[in-house]
Design a protein around this ligand. Structure first.
Ligand code: ADP
Ligand code: MG
Length: 367
């Protein structure tokens, strides 16, 4: 099973003009009517030539949040309940709609895939509990952290309480996990939204101290699903990742390749690109360990079902950065992922006082 890669073109923003649109959804001719799978973009060196990139699916400017959820995320929920881990991540230049896609806006229609995913998980949980007459108990908990400058910060901790060095990562059974993360149970969508909003405030308050913080940090949400019967517990994790902006900050003008030495492309995204390159060329050594984000994402290792949403702006001012994300996505779609089912494990029959410990497995960073 390879990583599913889908592209989404965001609509024009207020100050953007129709005549500057250069990125288009096109059809390859093989897909069902009205469901494009090709992105077309001009060659920056010659406007009469264009490049085409084929993905699993392509969403044009008018696609809604509901479309993205229904087609790309809803189908993964069944797998999650069957014991597989799920990873969803948004990749793209700052300003292309990653946060809009993952988190979304306040209104019902604008809600992103994350709140929709949770809503779907709760609905399915209630159904399972009802169908099994309460003999299966489903529990949901979450942890939420960001990686900034290769440091891991718990988003449930207010910024002033964080240790500057961040939290360590350890390997456990082949999975990389963050040590010392807060894990919060959330029993309903309301519960979840409260915690999620509060954590997002923690994310943005630190932004006042550091310039353009949120476009340079990766936000990683892990939702742990635990399904318990009298004898067994099965745990699976859904991870939803809003990556840092992929733009090359050395370039100040997207139309000319003028490079400025001072700032640099986000190092972890650079390592990610190297990992993707190494995997796609089947090289023996994949440099996962060179950044915390790549360790956690472990693309192509054991992250179960993986969907990457490539966010794109339609206009010319993003031209070179759009091309470089398209090239990255093109290599990513060749990555094979192993789908490993999380085996149910025996529930330790404990004294009532130990009840809380039953079936609790450490939260893993990646799914
Ligand atoms: P990123 O997280 O990639 O930097 P944002 O999600 O913040 O980008 O999006 C940039 C701007 O574009 C925001 O104002 C956002 O509301 C708007 N936007 C992005 N995608 C859409 C969309 N599909 N529909 C409407 N507005 C969008
Ligand atoms: Mg964002």
């Amino acid at each position: 099973m390879s990583v599913r890669v889908v592209a989404r073109i965001r609509p024009l923003l207020k100050l953007e003009l129709e005549r500057d649109v250069i990125v288009e959804a096109a059809s390859s001719g093989n897909e069902p009517l009205g469901s494009p799978s090709v992105i077309r973009i001009p060659n920056p060196k010659s406007d009469t030539e264009s490049f085409s990139f084929q993905f699993n699916s392509v969403y044009a400017q008018e696609a809604t949040q509901q479309d993205i959820f229904d087609n790309e995320v809803a189908p993964t929920v069944k797998h999650l309940f069957n014991g597989f881990d799920v990873t969803l991540f948004a990749y793209g230049v700052t300003g292309t709609g990653k946060t809009h896609t993952m988190r979304g806006g306040k209104t019902l229609a604008e809600r992103g895939v994350i709140p929709r995913l949770l809503s779907s998980i709760y609905r399915r949980s209630r159904k399972i509990e009802k169908d099994t007459a309460g003999t299966t108990e489903v529990q949901v908990s979450m942890s939420y952290y960001e990686i900034y400058n290769d440091r891991v910060y718990d988003l449930f901790e207010p910024p002033e309480k964080r240790t500057p060095a961040g939290l360590p990562i350890r390997d456990n059974n082949g999975k990389s996990m963050v040590v010392g993360l807060t894990e919060r149970p959330c029993t309903s969508l309301k519960d979840f939204e409260l915690l999620y909003d509060q954590a997002n405030v923690n994310r943005s308050t630190s932004a006042t101290k550091l310039n353009a913080h949120s476009s340079r940090s990766h936000a990683i949400l892990c939702v742990k699903l635990s399904q318990a019967t009298d004898t067994h517990v099965r745990i699976s994790t859904a991870s939803a990742i809003d990556l840092a902006g992929s733009e090359d900050n050395r370039r100040t003008d997207n139309n000319k390749e003028r490079l400025v030495e001072s700032s640099n492309i986000n190092k972890s995204l650079f390592v990610l690109a190297q990992c993707v390159e190494a995997i796609s060329k089947k090289q023996p050594r994949i440099p996962y360990r060179e950044s915390k984000m790549t360790r956690i994402l472990s693309l192509g290792q054991n992250n179960g079902l993986t969907v990457m949403i490539l966010n794109l702006a339609p206009v010319r001012s993003y031209h070179l950065d759009t091309l470089s994300s398209l090239n990255f996505a093109n290599r990513t779609k060749k990555i094979e992922v192993r789908e490993i089912e999380n085996e149910p494990f025996f529930r330790i029959v404990a004294k009532p006082a130990d009840e809380a410990l039953c079936g609790v497995r450490p939260m893993t960073g990646s799914a």
